[in-house]
Design a protein around this ligand. Structure first.
Ligand SMILES: Cc1ncc(C[n+]2csc(CCOP(=O)(O)OP(=O)(O)O)c2C)c(N)n1
Ligand SMILES: [Mg+2]
Length: 448
């Protein structure tokens, strides 16, 4: 029987629609909701980012003797840039030597050194744009030095003098901050800078004047990465994409806790892919590898408008801070051995010498210049003194002072009138302030 053409077409259409329905059902059976995960029939647990159980590799340019590895691409640097990096790496320990001892003499209350981490800090600072927003943890003074903050500002902050541009002498030492240098003020509670950085990165992306030009660069230790804020920050930057570079300084310790007790997985880098974040592990004692890694990571942040995680592997040679004696939990031998086998400055110096960019004469001259500059700044800061005591209550809020601060200021005044001259430690402290606290005590500081 010959069917009319229209009926044939109808049947063909019905058959094709049935095929489509079948195919859709089959796809639904194979695939998972909201996922394109391939289906497998083998039960296979996994616990490795690399897929084959090996550790995430570490990117390196220079070997231990400062020679480029075979096949390694030496980043583009000229003599002036390279020697500037080296001189900044040299300035850090010159400052650390003096400020550590100054704290020991009781002239400042606290200090933290960067010994051993010079390559991570200076290499990354040199890779950033001077106007990238930096959110540090506390061991990143070198970023400010690289940006031209200057020794006088370092000393003013650590001594808490009236010239302290970071916080008018009202913060703990090493809690630097400088809007002019795009360096957000350090805060002591660990990891708070990490979600803040995701927000700063997002603000940069929303600002037409800075979009695709600047990134937020966030430094933190591997210890801080155990805080909830680390996870909050990375998730935030991953789901609300922003040009944020997360730079983990894995220096082996969170005060006395060795990194072996801080995580069971493959360091901090292993966590990046969990958040869908491009990640790289770099030898943090190889300044050229850090320079290349951070330059590339920064570029990736800008072109993709997304976060990147870099884990720099290094070693904290100094004690955690002046409140710590690390020989209570690690041997002197271990520290000496690390210094001997891998001194980041020595490694870079050998590279510079091989290029004919550095030598004994320049080394001596630069060392003397660094030491002299630090000593001069130290002596200057020692003579400056603090601002008015009442400044303690200012600038927290704009406009009228809230009632609770007014009450606290009055209470301090009452206590100082009573004990300020009678109790040695307070008398001593008051003497350091301009006006010796009279602005808070009122009148002549008579006893109550
Ligand atoms: C929320 C919070 N918990 C604890 C501390 C005390 N604390 C200060 S530094 C530190 C160790 C941090 O180690 P890491 O992040 O690895 O940085 P590193 O000192 O090694 O540079 C701890 C536990 C703190 N400041 N804030
Ligand atoms: Mg650490």
């Amino acid at each position: 029987m010959i069917r009319p053409a229209s009926s044939l077409a109808r049947r063909a259409a019905t058959a094709s629609s049935a095929r489509r329905t079948l195919a859709t059902t089959a796809r639904r059976c194979e695939n998972l909701p909201k996922s394109t995960s391939p289906i497998v029939s083998k039960l296979n647990f996994f616990n490795s980012v690399t897929g084959d159980g090996t550790q995430i590799p570490t990117y390196r340019v220079l070997d231990g003797s400062g020679k480029p590895l075979e096949g390694a691409e030496v980043p583009e640097i000229d003599e002036a840039f390279a020697t500037r990096m080296y001189e900044n790496m040299m300035l850090l320990p010159a400052l650390d030597n003096v400020l550590y001892n100054v704290q020991r003499q009781g002239k400042i209350s606290f200090y933290m050194t960067s010994y051993g981490e010079e390559a991570t800090i200076i290499g990354s600072a040199a890779a950033l744009d001077m106007e990238d927003e930096v959110l540090g943890q506390y061991r990143e003074m070198g970023v400010l030095l690289w940006r031209g903050f200057g020794l006088d500002n370092v000393m003013a902050q650590c001594f808490g003098t009236s010239e302290d541009a970071s916080s008018k002498g009202r913060q703990m030492p090493v809690h630097f901050g400088s809007p002019q240098h795009h360096f957000h003020t350090i805060s002591s509670p660990l990891a708070t800078q990490i979600p803040q950085a995701a927000g700063v990165g997002y603000a940069l992306k929303r600002d037409p004047a800075r979009r695709s030009k600047h990134i937020a660069a966030c430094y933190f230790g591997e210890g801080a990465a155990s805080e909830g804020d680390f996870h909050a920050g990375l998730l935030l930057a991953s789901t609300i994409p922003s040009p944020t570079l997360f730079l983990a300084r894995n220096n082996g310790f969170a005060i006395s806790t060795p990194s072996t007790e801080q995580f069971f997985g493959d360091g901090i880098a292993a966590r990046g892919p969990g958040y869908g974040i491009d990640t790289l592990r770099v030898d943090g004692n190889d300044v050229l590898a850090v320079l290349s890694a951070v330059r590339a990571a920064r570029q990736r942040c800008l072109t993709q408008g997304r976060a990147v995680l870099v884990e720099a592997m290094t070693y904290r040679v100094g004690h955690h801070s002046t409140s710590d004696d690390s020989y209570a939990y690690r041997s002197r031998g271990e520290v000496e051995e690390r210094k001997r086998v891998d001194d980041p400055s020595g490694r870079f110096r050998r590279f510079l010498e091989a290029r004919g960019w550095w030598g004994e004469e320049r080394e001596k001259e630069a060392r003397e210049r660094a030491k002299k500059g630090v000593m001069e700044a130290f002596r200057r800061a020692e003579g400056v003194g603090r601002g008015e005591l009442g400044g303690l209550f200012e600038d927290v809020y704009e406009g009228e002072q809230p009632w609770n601060l007014v009450e606290q200021r009055e209470e301090l005044g009452r206590l100082l009138r009573k004990y300020g001259k009678a109790w040695g430690p307070w008398k001593n402290e008051l003497g350091k302030f301009r006006g010796e606290g009279r602005d808070v005590m009122g009148g002549e500081g008579k006893s109550a």
